[in-house]
Design a protein around this ligand. Structure first.
Ligand code: FES
Length: 104
């Protein structure tokens, strides 16, 4: 099993409140989301039919899949409505010196 480490993903100023940003971290496409006064990081992959989530709507603590409309809790990755039944992957985030770091 590979050990997880925090990897610098973006500058905090590049993800202002209400915005999201797609970054690649260790070869994984990750969406950084600034909502509810913090940064969340989730994998850019819907658990339903494995489409990307980057064009989905993001609101207070959730992101929706643009393909069939499932919404996911950004903190836990849990699906909030059908058709998704499985969680999406989430990553721990920390902010150090104005940089967003993601644990992958
Ligand atoms: S691919 Fe995301 S809800 Fe179907």
């Amino acid at each position: 099993m590979t050990e997880k480490t925090f990897v610098t993903a973006a500058r905090l100023e590049d993800v202002p409140p209400g915005a999201k940003l797609v970054v690649e971290v260790n070869g994984i496409s990750v969406i950084l989301c600034n909502t509810r006064d913090r940064i969340f990081a989730v994998r850019n992959l819907c658990s339903h039919a494995f489409e990307t989530l980057e064009c989905g709507r993001m609101r207070s603590g959730w992101i929706s899949c643009p393909v069939h409309g499932a919404r996911f809790d950004l903190e836990t990755g849990a699906p909030l409505n059908p058709p998704a039944t499985m969680s999406i992957e989430t990553y721990a985030v920390r902010v150090e010196g104005g940089m967003i770091e993601v644990e992958v």
